[in-house]
Design a protein around this ligand. Structure first.
Ligand SMILES: [Zn+2]
Length: 102
């Protein structure tokens, strides 16, 4: 493989690992004061229904709100309801941006 590509692939992995570590630490210590919410979506055609979700505006933690409901973002102040795809665009890339399921 070209040396420059090899170096950039390695650097890219390092940055992803750093982003994940910092994001998880911030999420762990965040008060989750304000969030946006997207609503439950009924199943269409043969697809699955999609759960309601909240995303913290500070740390970008995402939590699904069904099953036993919200836990981490339960008391977060919902500033507005947004489209599911708008919420997806706010995600942190990688592991820290995945939904927390309860
Ligand atoms: Zn938060």
């Amino acid at each position: 493989m070209d040396e420059r590509i090899k170096r950039l692939v390695k650097t890219s992995k390092t940055i992803k690992d750093m982003l994940n570590a910092v994001a998880l630490e911030v999420q762990e210590n965040c008060a989750h004061e304000e969030c946006y919410e997207c609503e439950y979506e009924e199943s269409k055609f043969h697809g699955r229904a999609k759960p309601p979700c909240r995303i913290c505006l500070e740390c970008r933690l995402i939590e699904e709100g069904w099953g036993c409901g919200y836990k981490l973002l339960e008391n977060s102040n919902i500033l507005k309801t947004i489209d599911r795809y708008e919420l997806y665009r706010m995600r942190i890339p990688g592991k820290a941006g995945q939904h927390r399921k309860n």
